[in-house]
Ligand binder design. Structure first.
Ligand code: BGC
Length: 766
């Protein structure tokens, strides 16, 4: 094998040969495939890695590269993470005196909370521009796994508990990003719903749940966009690695969804490479030498067909000809951080969700404010792991409030920054948690009652920021991270008691990576603003909403339960699993293969009843429902219309700003469907959504919705097909699931249903 690789490197890099080789172009991909040797093909589909001759690691932070073959004019292409900004190694010095940064954009949850395709497209485009400037050919995002459980460590990267919101926001992000000529990777396909034992955990779920929830977002995303790559996840699906699953990658993704692009494996070399190739994986990242050898050996012994390898090579070449590297693009290495900061600020404000506003305490006019909470001084802009972004700065809440004209309590402004610096250093020094690139959770500072009593005398209002971070390779822990901690409860209770006793108001800002428990304390403060992980301009965006410069229009993309155990499948998640190990199998080798519930395998016992599908169907109360969000104005709905035309459901509703200030309203179109041949269906399902432009008081806008009648179907696993029930549907308009503003009946006749079903059945000759 040593001799083979020496020969290969000579051939690749010097193009030794008697005949001139064809050079890759958009029009001769098949010709290149024909003339390539099996060895060359096997190298091309495996990522270019440290073991390869001529390896160049690219920029610090690069996720991976493909194998260059100059003799065919095939450049190496660069894949960089994603998805909340371009990931560079923290504090990367280029050796010429410059440190390079990229913009930390708002995270996925916030983007989805905007319920706005335009915001998602603008964020995608901004990230794409930076990716181009930093030399990336493919940006490894969007992350679009479903929020099955509120404790998944990567929820902040993802979009929603609902596949329609996820899929359509993802499509807008992809279209925005790819519009600049850089590719995306819709990840992680599929049912990758926990980080604990992420490399080897088996997600066990029904075919119905797979099709209606876990692959549905990808299906809708592919209907509205064309991601250059889809990333196959690490996990197993019903006993088979997704990367090795022909059923998932070829039958569902390629045949059913019609995906024409490339499937890249999530970054591991640990699978059965020939099996992955046969299943439909095309590019093996980050790439290991033994994968190339394994491919060649399997070709030789007949366990891998040349046709499978040729398909993968074709997909890799089809990807390469689209890339900036192939176009000869030279990266400037200086992204427009200023323009993107403005975009980050604007989009962050668009997805913040106002959860409470008792007595209209918000918006606040500039006044004297006592600003509590370590995260008011040390905002968490994004999460950890692959999605970590090394930002040039982070705008803090206290600084932004001062900029907006507030006078702040001087003692708190002295104490907190000093504590934040100490806490960061302490965590880094003691390695309390492995954060796998990024920032550890900072414990809250204990502030004495005496100090609070002192600050209230010189303040008109109190602001408290509570924070939660999380990231790749670890899930959040119920007791430590979902629930408020004693120091946080003490701070909240003491500040509320002291300020309320003095007739003054308290505003809480949630700087969080995912839902937390709120029901035991949310009645204490006067206002609560959920600001998520808002990116580097977070402080400005929070101040914009608090002061009314921006009227909040974000809506929750997931439900906030009253209690963790109210969610369906609460016990079927490693909610109390504590591990310091990052990025590897947490199951001890000796215990591997043992049926360790929620580690070796996780049963999706809730089936299709995730999030609001469960709460509404069971009539269970929540702290805040899916779609919840307050505004500084009110909206009324009128003229709701629904009809079926040319196989499409077409609907519209007029939204009028009936309140005192300009604002935007997000509207969901939910459907309640007849059972048909199914025992159970969710009480409501989101089918489409739209958002108004900024409406002045008294102004109206008619929002349009349109989707195929077939989207009303449920998946009949026994017959392996989507089934639309005939009968009476209720179509509901409004942001909040279950508390919609208007409803309309929609009757589907037997004849119409037959016609719709027939249109989607395979025709003779297909
Ligand atoms: C993550 C992916 C990421 C890849 C490359 C993996 O560990 O799961 O989301 O894109 O690494 O960095």
């Amino acid at each position: 094998m040593k001799k083979l690789s020496l020969l290969l490197s000579a051939l690749f890099f010097f193009g030794i040969g008697v005949f001139a080789q064809p050079k890759l172009s958009e029009n001769n991909i098949q010709e290149i495939v024909r003339v390539m040797s099996p060895e060359e093909k096997a190298c091309l589909v495996v990522g270019f890695n440290t073991g390869c001759p001529g390896y160049d690691p690219g920029l610090p932070g690069t996720g991976g590269l493909t194998y260059p073959m100059p003799k065919y004019g095939i450049p190496s292409i660069v894949m960089m993470d994603g998805p909340t900004g371009v990931r560079l190694e923290p504090d990367w010095h280029d050796g010429k005196g410059a440190v390079h940064f990229s913009t930390s954009f708002p995270t996925g949850l916030l983007t989805a909370a905007s319920w706005d395709r335009e915001t998602a497209a603008a964020v995608g485009r901004g990230i794409g521009e930076e990716a181009l400037d930093l030399g990336a050919d493919v940006l490894l995002g969007p992350g679009m796994n479903l929020l099955r459980n509120p404790l998944n460590g990567r929820n902040f990267e993802y979009f929603s508990e609902d596949p329609v919101l996820s899929g359509l926001i993802a499509a807008a992000y992809i279209n925005g990003l790819q519009s600049v000529g850089v590719g995306t990777s819709a990840k992680h396909f599929a049912a990758n719903s926990q980080e604990t034992n992420r490399l080897d955990g088996d997600s066990r779920l029904s075919t119905r749940a797979l099709r209606e929830l876990y692959t549905r977002g990808f299906e809708l995303c592919l209907r509205e966009s064309d991601p250059w790559t889809v990333m196959a996840s690490y996990n197993l699906l019903n006993g088979e690695y997704t990367q090795e699953s022909y059923g998932l990658l070829t039958q569902i993704l390629r045949q059913d969804f019609g995906y024409p692009g490339l499937v890249v494996t999530d970054w591991t070399g640990k699978r059965n490479t020939p099996k992955q190739l046969h299943a439909g994986s095309d590019l093996f990242m980050g790439g290991a030498k033994n994968q190339t050898e394994h491919i060649l050996a399997s070709l030789a012994d007949g366990t891998l067909s040349m046709a499978d390898l040729d398909r993968a090579v074709t997909k890799v070449l089809e990807l390469i000809v689209k890339t900036p590297a192939f176009r000869g693009h030279k990266a400037s290495l200086s992204p427009d951080l200023e323009a993107h900061a403005a975009l980050a600020r604007q989009s962050a404000a668009e997805g913040m969700v106002l959860l409470r506003n008792q007595g209209g305490v918000l918006p606040l006019a500039p006044c004297r404010a006592a600003v509590f909470g370590v995260h008011s001084y040390d905002l968490i802009p994004g999460g950890n792991g692959a999605a970590y972004v090394s930002a040039p700065y982070v705008v803090q809440v206290h600084d932004a409030l001062k900029e907006a004209g507030f006078t702040l309590d001087a003692d708190l402004e002295r104490i907190y920054p000093a504590y934040a610096a100490f806490a960061d250093a302490d965590v880094a020094l003691n390695h309390k948690v492995n954060v796998h690139v990024g920032k550890a959770q900072t414990p809250e500072l204990e502030i004495t009652r005496t100090l609070i009593e002192q600050t209230v005398k010189s303040s008109d209002v109190a602001v408290i920021t509570l924070g939660r971070t999380s990231g790749e390779a670890r899930d959040r822990i119920l007791g430590r991270e979902f629930l408020l901690q004693e120091d946080e409860v003490n701070l909240l209770e003491n500040v509320c008691e002291v300020f309320h006793a003095a007739g003054k108001k308290v505003v809480v800002i949630l700087n969080i990576c995912g839902p937390i428990e709120t029901a035991s304390w949310n009645y204490l403060p006067d206002a609560i603003l959920c600001a998520w992980l808002p990116g580097e301009e977070g402080g400005h965006a929070i101040a914009d909403v608090l002061t009314g410069r921006v009227n909040p229009s974000g809506r929750l993309p997931m439900s906030f339960p009253l209690d963790y155990f109210d969610i369906a499948g609460a016990e079927d998640f490693p909610y109390n699993f504590v591990s310091n190990k990052a990025n590897e199998s947490v199951v001890h080798p000796e215990r591997r293969g043992l049926p360790l519930k929620n580690l070796a395998y996780t049963d999706y016992t809730e089936d299709i009843f995730v999030g609001y599908r469960h709460f509404l169907t069971e009539g269970k109360e929540v702290a805040y429902p899916f779609g919840f969000g307050l505004s500084y104005t009110q909206f009324t709905y009128s003229n709701a219309v629904v009809r079926v035309k040319a196989g499409q459901v077409q609907a519209s509703v007029t939204v009028t700003n009936s309140g005192p200030v300009a604002g935007k309203e997000a509207v969901g179109l939910y459907v309640s469907a007849p059972l048909g041949s199914f025992d159970k269906k969710p009480a409501r399902e989101l089918k489409d959504f739209a958002k108004t432009r900024l409406l002045a008081p008294g102004e109206s806008q008619t929002l349009e919705f349109r989707f195929p009648v077939l989207d009303l179907a449920s998946f009949n696993a026994a017959l392996s097909r989507w089934e639309v029930a005939k009968g009476l549907y209720t179509v509901c308009f409004g942001a909040e699931a279950g508390r919609e503003q208007m409803t309309r009946p929609l009757k589907l006749s037997r004849g119409l249903v037959k016609e719709v079903q027939r249109a989607c059945e395979p025709q003779a000759g297909d």
